[in-house]
Design a protein around this ligand. Structure first.
Ligand SMILES: Cc1cc2nc3c(=O)[nH]c(=O)nc-3n(C[C@H](O)[C@H](O)[C@H](O)COP(=O)(O)O)c2cc1C
Length: 214
């Protein structure tokens, strides 16, 4: 019960336009300062996830924070992507043709990594921290991740979601063991986090919303 807070209007409300602007202003960050992320900030990001709703109140979302182990995880991930890329290139179909460029990129990333492990990091972009979200329900994990992203930005940090990592982790025992993924859970997102080295001065245009009003 120590988690439970009494309602207080000032502390518990946010102006709709401020919220919308905050969401509009969020951008993917791939350039990071060479500076660690404080443990308290990571804990606060996870706190935003912990209070996110889950289907049937399952509270089935777990987190692996990787800082010290990034190099080891990067090696496992690039090895996995290389294997997936090779398989894709050897089994191209008209349906998978659109992914050919990713397969080629993954092979190139692996070659570059072997030449110089710290140069041109197109996987984690030399970020100091990762939070990998696993869950029984993908929807629960994704909802939690979205709130984590908002908190990351509110704390002055930057992040991007690594779909490459999620792909590499699928059915990869070495990566799943490294992360300590529990039985029945799957890797939903990988948040790559650090202090941003870039500052955006405007929002981006987006496609119109595809809405049906009935
Ligand atoms: C599910 C998901 C997976 C993504 N995977 C990657 C990735 O592996 N590498 C990367 O550099 N960016 C990745 N991104 C970032 C997107 O490319 C980015 O969000 C998109 O281009 C829009 O840019 P913005 O976030 O700045 O608005 C991913 C984003 C999402 C939502």
């Amino acid at each position: 019960m120590e988690d439970v807070k009494e309602y207080n209007k000032e502390e518990f409300s946010i102006q709709p336009d401020s919220l919308l602007n905050f969401i509009k202003f969020r951008r993917t960050i791939r350039q990071f300062e060479n500076k660690p992320v404080e443990k308290e900030k990571i804990s606060k990001i996870i706190e935003a996830a912990r209070f996110t709703q889950t289907g049937s109140n399952m509270q089935d979302v777990s987190y692996t924070v990787v800082t010290e182990g990034i190099q080891e995880l990067k090696a496992l991930t690039l090895k996995s992507l290389k294997k997936i890329g090779e398989y894709m290139l050897a089994n191209l179909t008209p349906q998978t043709m659109a992914y050919k460029r990713y397969a080629e990129l993954w092979l190139k990333m692996y070659e570059e990594y072997l030449e110089n492990p710290n140069f041109n990091d197109k996987l984690f972009f030399n970020a100091p921290a990762l939070v990998i979200v696993t869950a029984n329900s993908v929807v629960d994990g994704a909802l939690a991740s979205s709130n984590m992203e908002l908190m990351t930005n509110a704390l002055g940090l930057g992040t991007f979601f690594s779909g490459f990592f999620v792909r590499a982790a699928q059915d990869n025992k070495e990566i799943l063991d490294f992360l300590g993924v529990k039985e029945g859970k799957q890797v939903v997102t990988c948040m790559v986090i650090g202090y941003p080295k870039v500052k955006y001065m405007r929002t981006v245009p987006r496609k119109d919303a595809d809405i049906a009003w009935k």
